[in-house]
Every structure is written in C-alpha cells, then in structure tokens.
Design a protein around this ligand. Structure first.
Ligand code: GLA
Length: 732
C-alpha cells in the first residue's frame, strides 16, 4: 500500500493523507504539537504554512524563551495540557502528587505502523494492514513523568481520521487524572455552525444547528449512557454548508457512557473542539506504572456537505465497526410482541401471533419483556433470568421450538444491567445494587442499576445469560437498559477511586459484551435503551443493530431517522410498523406510510398480527415481499437525505446501489392542503449518464434529468402519505 503518513524530518511535520483528505501537524518550538491543517487532500506540503507569531497582551509565553510573540494561549494545538498559560479548555487536566495542576506535554518521538491497534478494553474501529496506517506520537511531562500517546489512524479509502489518547504514569508518584479528552482540534477564525443531536426518550436525535459564538459550549451526557438527550456526535461546518455543499467536520465518539463535546471560541475567534469522556464526576487515580486509555473519536471531513460526511460514517461503521457474521448479512424481518401484548401474554396467545407471522412471510419472532421471574408489570423480577412458569408452563425452550418449527427464528429480550427490589437476586445479593452507602438510591421505572464494576456481578450476568444461551435455541437477543445511572458509587472501590465508577461501569459492560458476543457468535444482538438511549458507535461494535426509538409513530420517526442517519447507517437501526392510533402519539397514519418509514431501515412489525383485517394482512404480505426485494439496497446501499422534515411539509431520502444501477426513493408528505404548493423531488448520487426506469410507471429518465430537473410530487388529498419510487438502470 502507498504511504499514507509522511514525516518531514527537517520541518518536523507529519502529513497524513489519502485521495480525499490531508491531516497535517507539526512539532513547534519547545516541543509542542501544533495543528496545521485538516481538510481536502493537499498534494505535497512544503512546510511553509506556520502559525504566525504575534505579540498579544495577556497571552503569556514559554518559560524557556523571551520571545513575546509565541504563546500557547493562541497557538493551534493538537493536545493541550493543563496549566501552561493556555486559558482555553485543555485536553488533559490532572493533579500531580504535590497538588499542582500542571502537565507540559512535550514531543518525544513517533512511530508509524500498518493497520490499526486495538484499544484495550474499549470498542474502536478496526482495520487491516492494507486498509489503514497509524501514527503514534509520544508526549511527556518531564517533571511528573506523565506520558501521553496520541494515535491517529488514516484509512485508505475514507475521509476519516480516528484519534485517541492514552495516559501513562511513568513517574514515581501517583497522579489524579481530572480530564482525559480523546482529541482536540483547533480551527483558525471561520464563520462556522455546530450541529448536535439532542432529544429525549421517544424523541431522539433531532438535528440542532446553531452559530458558534464566543465562549464555551458543551454538548454532553451525564447519564452513564450515551443517552437519548444528547447523542455522542457533533459536526462543525461552514455557515453556508448544507446537505450537498460546504465544508463539514464530524466528531463521533466510540463510547457508550458519559461524553462531552466542548466547543470554545476564544478571544481571537479561533475555535477549539475537545471531545471525550465527560469530566463530570470523573477522576482517575493513576499509580506509577498504570495507564488510562481514552476512547476513540472518529473525525470525518467532507468538502461537499453533510451527506458526504454521513456516507463516510456509514461506510466506516458498516465496514470497520460492526463485527461478526451479521456484518454483511441481510437482517431478518421480525415481529416483536411488545406493543402487541405488553406484559399480558401466555404461550398460547403468542403462538397465534407466530402462526400469522409464518403465514405473512415474517422471518423471526421476538419475545419481549415479561417472560421471566414473575413479571406482570415493570415493577419486579429484573435480575431473575429464569422463565415465568405461569406464562410458559413447559419452559421457554418449548415455545422456542414451536417458533422454529414454523420456520421462524426466535429472539428474546433481556435487561441484564438491572435489578428489581422484588427479585431473588436482590434478596440474595443486595450489595449488587449500585448505591451510595447510607443513602436511599433513586428508583427509575421502579428499578435499579447493577454495579457492573464488581467482578461478582459481572460473573452473575454472564452465568445467567449463558445458562439460557447454552440451550442453543435463541437466535437473537434484544439487550435493553431502561433507566440511566444515578447514585454512583461502588463498594468494590476505595475512596479515592469513586470518580472512576462511571467509566469502570462501561469497562465492565464492554467486557461482558465482549465475552458473550465471542462465546455466542451465531446470535444477532440488538441494542436498546428505552429505544435510542444508548445508540452510539461504541455499542455498534457489539450490537450489529439497535432499536432506534420507542416512538413508532411514522411521522415522528421521520425526524428521528433523518437525524439518526447523520452518523449511523440504516443497517444499524431498526424500525417497526405498529398499530394505530399510535401508542406514543395517538396519531393515525396510513398502513402504507408506516410501512415506507419502517422499510427505510432494518424492518419489522410491532403489533398484534391477529388483530389485522384481511386487507391489512394482504398489505403486510406485500410489504414483506417488497422489503425482501429491496433489503440489500436498504441495508447495504448508499443512503442520501433529500428533504429535511424539520424544514417543511415533506421528508425525503433515497438509497443508491454501489454500482448506481438501482435507486429507491421515499417521499413523505404531512398535511394535505386545499391549494397545494407544487413540489419537486430532485434525486442525488445517480450516474448522470445512465438511464433509469421507474419500475411502476415504466417511464425512463436519465440520471441527470432525475438529479437536475427532478419530478413533481403527486398532489395529496390525504394527510401523512408516502410515495416510494424504485428506479433501475436500463441499457437503451
Ligand atoms: C424498552 C424498549 C421497548 C420494550 C420495553 C420493555 O422501553 O425500548 O422496546 O422492550 O423496554 O419493557
């Protein structure tokens, strides 16, 4: 493979590049790492562009120099340590054994390797020796002996750089880490906006865009999970950038716990982005010889707007994050009984749903919450992963066998990180429940968190799940987490290590997931946390798909799925057709629209199939047939956003096959109008020179016609409609 990373010895400049991007950094006077450039590919950098030296009042200088024009308070840096006359937010904050807050990170050397090393205990993108190269830069604070290793991986074919940081205490005394960011990126003055993905339970990942002003702004989660409330992603983009034009920088953390994305615009209108684990309630006691590994951030660059950034993330997540046999495997169409029955079911009732599912061509049945302990509502039994005999008198395997006999796969719901007070597990092991000694812990959904930092808890979870999975009758698991962490404390850790609990919880969870997914490679794992409460790239490393939102309303879902697609490919998010009136919003939408929204991702049903009319059953059969035909395109094609539902009465997106021979377009309209405004839908991503035939009308268009002229959307006489167009390239 060509060299992707160059080091110019003379100018002390590192240049990471591929056909799409360049990332350039250098070692400045005093050994500080300065940031020079990240953007479109540069052909040969000759070391001329350097940060200008300017004497600025109240911006101090290096102790070893009398040069008043050189200040860390203004220099664009790669990874700043606390306490060096740089008053902006640092990447590394720590307290030394003498009580001081100081880390002067000075360049020591570098190493370039083929491929991409693993990050110990953490999920991260992976790549072979012929797919990527990695630069390791070694920094050191001479006084304390604290060392920092920065990793930069550049992928051969993607406009992405993966960054992470590791701190090692090579000194003699312990240090207290207060903040260890994964990366920092400094920009010179530009007119830029920031996009984030805030939300709430059943209302996740809305696109929020605002101008970056002076001061510091933080997008974060303090909930012990990546959260519904603020996804672990931001983009910084030119003020005029849109879906198809303008420069965009994406930052996505490969981590499922507390995160923070800080944006600080300084006195010179330079912008600093610092991202990583949230420093809220965080400290890490680092004994001499110990290391702390911060998670990875995936930096994406696009010179052509947000869609191109998303496509880079989609490819990266599909090819370098998702692992195992399901990576390239089409995912089954499932029916889940949650909204069909909630807790009220027994084996006989479920069998009727399974029978209908078989009839309709559905491929998997997922038994959701309520099958274990004595769970008739959400107040009991979490932690007791043994079958509820009243509902399954002959055991769970008996029912699973029935499902298999009908030719369907069998999936099961778990919520392994939780404990109910009303459970055998709590009676036997009250110490497993995470709480602060002497204080009553706060319930949420009347349940509590298991302290996954304890080895015994970890073993208990693995043992209970293994006991079921060893039976060999489970094909799929939905791993849920229905509350966020509070009352943060671990009885297994000493006083000075209580600031480590949030992160140790994540390390415990990742270890459990690594153990189970390795032990049971044939099981498809679906992540869930009350819908999309832990919907992140770290989770996708273990769970090839995740439940996008508990909100199954087709209209609300358009906004949720539109925002989700900013980072995540449709192959990792799941969407189900549910009953009307919708259980979350009360809205009534046409069956066809519910189908079209759900078919835009990993498809399924979440309703009582036995309650459907004959006409609706025919519609299901038709949807199932259609989805099976379009599935490879939806799950593995390129996804392009066309119309943002937040900006008008319509939402539209499309899928294009890699060879550009097939395209699938979805256009959704909301409210009908007596005097409708005529709208056009213009496509993107097609081959302008190819001709495409609409599979329904047989009309033929050139790719450039579809992209430049577009087509008129039909006038609507109903609310909440959907149109699906399927184009295939034709040769004449
Ligand atoms: C969460 C999930 C739902 C369902 C319930 C069961 O809310 O997101 O899909 O599994 O838990 O309690």
């Amino acid at each position: 493979m060509n060299k992707l990373i160059e080091f110019d010895e003379k100018n002390k400049v590192f240049h990471l590049h591929n056909d799409k991007i360049s990332y350039i950094l250098s070692v400045e006077e005093g050994g500080y790492l300065s940031h020079l450039y990240f953007g479109k590919k540069v052909n040969g950098y000759h070391g001329q562009l350097r940060y200008p030296r300017v004497d600025r009042g109240f911006s101090g200088n290096l102790p070893e120099s009398l040069d008043r024009t050189y200040s860390l308070d203004s220099l664009l840096q790669e990874y700043s340590g606390v306490g060096n006359c740089d008053y902006r937010t640092p990447a590394l904050d720590l307290q030394n054994a003498d009580g001081s807050f100081a880390a002067r990170l000075v360049y020591q050397g570098y190493e370039i390797t083929a491929g991409k090393p693993k990050l110990e205990g953490l999920p991260a993108a992976y790549a072979n020796a012929d797919e990527a190269q990695t630069l390791a830069i070694f920094l050191k604070d001479e006084i304390s002996g604290v060392e920092v290793t920065l990793l930069y991986t550049i992928f051969k074919d993607l406009a992405v750089v993966a960054r992470s940081a590791k701190v090692t205490n090579a000194g003699a005394e312990p240090v207290e880490l207060k903040k260890v960011a994964s990366m920092q990126l400094d920009f010179i003055k530009q007119d830029m906006d920031v996009i984030s993905l805030p939300g709430a339970h059943a209302n996740e990942r809305h696109i929020q865009r605002e101008a970056i002003g002076q001061g510091r702004k933080v997008f974060e989660s303090r909930r012990g999970a990546s959260s519904h409330q603020m996804n672990s992603f931001i983009a910084v983009l030119e003020h005029n950038a849109d879906e198809f034009s303008g420069e965009v920088y994406g930052f996505n953390l490969v981590y499922s716990g507390n995160h923070s994305f800080e944006i600080e615009k300084d006195q010179f209108e330079q912008t600093r982005v610092v991202a990583g684990i949230n420093d809220y309630n965080f400290s890490w006691h680092l004994e001499a010889g110990e290391s702390f590994q911060a998670p990875e951030v995936l930096l994406a660059f696009s010179a052509n707007g947000l869609n191109e950034m998303s496509q880079n993330y989609h490819e990266l997540i599909r090819e370098h994050i998702v692992r195992g046999k399901f990576k390239h495997q089409e995912r089954e169409i499932l029916v889940n009984n949650w909204e069909a029955t909630y807790f009220e079911f027994n084996e006989d009732k479920l069998k009727t749903i399974v029978d209908d599912a078989k009839e309709l061509g559905i491929e998997m049945f997922v038994l959701d919450d309520g099958w274990f302990g004595h769970r008739d509502d959400d107040n009991t039994s979490l932690g007791d992963w043994n079958v509820y005999e009243r509902k399954f008198p002959q055991g769970i395997k008996h029912f699973a066998d029935y499902v298999h006999e009908q030719g369907l796969k069998f999936g099961l719901w778990f919520e392994p990180e939780m404990i109910s007070i009303d459970s055998k597990l709590y009676q036997e092991h009250p110490e497993y429940l995470m709480q602060v000694p002497g204080r009553k812990p706060s319930p949420s959904r009347n349940q509590f968190i298991l302290d996954l930092t304890q080895k015994a808890v970890h073993e208990n979870v693995v043992a209970q799940l293994s006991a079921l999975l060893d039976g060999g009758f489970i094909d799929y698991i939905k791993w849920d987490m229905n509350r966020h962490i509070s009352d943060v404390y671990s009885v297994s850790l000493p006083k000075q290590r209580q600031g480590e609990v949030y992160h140790r919880y994540m390390l415990g969870l990742y270890e459990i997931l690594e153990t189970l997914t390795t032990k049971y490679p044939d099981i498809l794992w679906e992540g869930c946390s009350g819908g999309g409460g832990r919907f992140d790239t770290g989770y996708a490393y273990y769970m090839p798909q995740s439940w996008t939102s508990d909100n199954t309303d087709a209209i609300a879902r358009q906004t949720i799925q539109y925002g989700t697609s900013l980072v995540y490919p449709p192959s990792v998010f799941t969407a189900h057709v549910s009953a009307v009136p919708n259980h979350q919003t009360g809205r009534i939408t046409p069956f066809e629209t519910r189908g079209a929204v759900a078919m835009s991702a990993v498809f399924g049903y979440e309703l009582d199939l036995t309650q459907l009319t004959d006409e609706e059953k025919e519609a299901v059969k038709e949807q199932v047939k259609t989805y099976k035909a379009i599935r490879p395109l939806v799950q593995f094609g390129d996804f392009i956003r066309l119309k943002d539902p937040a900006k008008g009465n319509q939402c539209a997106w499309m899928f294009v096959s890699r060879d550009k021979n097939e395209a699938l377009v979805f256009v959704f309209d909301r409210l009908a109008s007596a005097q409708p405004t005529l709208t056009l839908t213009k496509l993107a991503g097609l081959d302008p020179a190819k001709n495409y035939q609409d599979q329904k009308t047989k009309a033929i268009f050139s790719g450039s016609e579809l992209m430049e002229l577009g087509f008129y959307d039909p006038v609507k006489r109903h609310d909440f409609t959907a149109d699906m167009y399927h184009f295939k390239a034709v040769t004449d």
